[in-house]
Design a protein around this ligand. Structure first.
Ligand SMILES: NC(=O)c1ccc[n+]([C@@H]2O[C@H](COP(=O)([O-])OP(=O)(O)OC[C@H]3O[C@@H](n4cnc5c(N)ncnc54)[C@H](OP(=O)(O)O)[C@@H]3O)[C@@H](O)[C@H]2O)c1
Length: 336
């Protein structure tokens, strides 16, 4: 079978290779013919050896994927041949809370990932794909969508009428925007690009702020909310944006700390966090139970993920470079 292989860290060591098929499923296992994968910011870091230099190589990158069940092992009751399924980011993470071991045992490093034609999964390492989605659309859900969902619906409560700040227009952020609008919230969207902001408006964003032109966007959100602040901040910038997020956040509001695009460390005045009872909630993706709940909501609402571009497997390097350029709006998908 064909797979994308990383022989050692560095994108120059990525190639389309022939590999043996994984063989017949053992008891409790499911063999899936993968049809699509989607890229996350993390994938470029893993490939460069910057995410965790201790990950083993050679490896198959990428955590997210969709496919079709082609064979089941003895004792498997949840799946049958032909079922359309999505891989879970961490195959042993089932409930909302998990151990270190369950959270760190993830596809696309340290485990082999989804950029290959066939994969053997444990029965519980899969969820059903929402029925109205294509494989390409389904493949966008395991990491980015679930991270946004967990923020709003597992580790806090997003209610109708809440105000939400969404930073940027990448994969996680657009799912956050869509889920927030679905829940009846008001969304403040920030972006470096006017064109992306206008696309965000057509997805329902209520207020648009160019963070390059308005570096003190936190203050602007305070004034737009009559000095109250927002209930939720989807923080993908990290250290470089946290100061503005704290300014933008309402007393008793939540900053969902998801990414570190604008830096992982820096000096910060934490006093306003204390004085305003702000909750800073670290988020890592989520478990299988939350993934199933999210998919039920996606199916009921008919939500369609935003895909920027689809590449063939043979152009995985080009797709990763495109992701790195930051010019995308939403998700980048690879057809397998
Ligand atoms: N904790 C978790 O479980 C988890 C899960 C998924 C992702 N993440 C992290 O979340 C971050 C986003 O991931 P992703 O896959 O959605 O990335 P992505 O699709 O590559 O999105 C990147 C986008 O972020 C925006 N951005 C960059 N710098 C920014 C800044 N200073 N302020 C506001 N927006 C900024 C840009 O939007 P514009 O072009 O519109 O300016 C850029 O296009 C990454 O740090 C990633 O590692 C964490």
């Amino acid at each position: 079978m064909k797979q994308i292989q990383l022989s050692s860290f560095g994108i120059q060591n990525l190639s389309l290779a022939d590999a043996p098929e994984p063989g017949k499923p053992k008891a409790g296992q499911v063999l899936v013919r993968m049809r699509a994968a989607s890229l996350n910011f993390r994938d470029n870091l893993v490939i460069a050896g910057k995410y965790n230099p201790k990950f083993p190589t050679p490896m198959v990158p990428c955590s997210d994927g969709a496919g079709e069940v082609v064979e089941i092992g003895e004792g498997v009751t949840e799946w049958k041949v032909g079922d359309k399924v999505l891989a879970t980011f961490a195959p042993n993470w089932i409930a909302d809370h998990a151990t270190h071991q369950e959270m760190r045992h993830t596809l696309g490093g340290p485990l082999d990932g989804t950029l290959r034609e066939y994969i053997l999964f444990p029965e519980t390492g899969l969820v059903a794909m929402p029925k109205h989605l294509s494989f390409e659309e389904g493949a966008t859900l395991p990491c980015a969508a679930l991270t946004a969902w967990s923020s709003f619906h597992v580790f806090s409560k997003l209610l109708p009428g809440h105000t939400v700040v969404v930073q940027g227009t990448g994969g996680v952020s657009l799912f956050a925007l869509q889920f927030a609008k679905q829940a009846g919230a008001k969304v403040f969207l920030t972006s470096s690009s006017e064109e992306k902001l206008s696309k965000g408006k057509s997805l329902g964003a209520d207020f648009l702020i160019n963070y390059k032109e308005v570096p003190e966007w936190g203050k602007q959100i305070r004034s737009l909310t009559e000095k109250i602040g927002a209930d939720h901040i989807v923080e993908v910038g990290g250290a470089g944006t946290l100061e503005q997020s704290i300014i933008a956040c309402k007393p008793f509001g939540v900053i969902h700390l998801i990414g570190i695009l604008a830096g992982r460390s820096g000096e910060l005045n934490l006093l306003p966090v204390v004085m305003n009872n702000i909750k800073v909630q670290g988020i890592v993706v989520g478990g299988r139970k939350a993934f199933q709940a999210m998919n039920a909501a996606i199916e009921a609402s008919g939500l369609k993920p935003v895909i920027d571009r689809i590449f063939p497997l043979s152009e995985t390097k080009e797709a990763l470079d495109y992701l790195k350029s930051g010019s995308h709006f939403g998700k980048i998908v690879i057809q397998i």
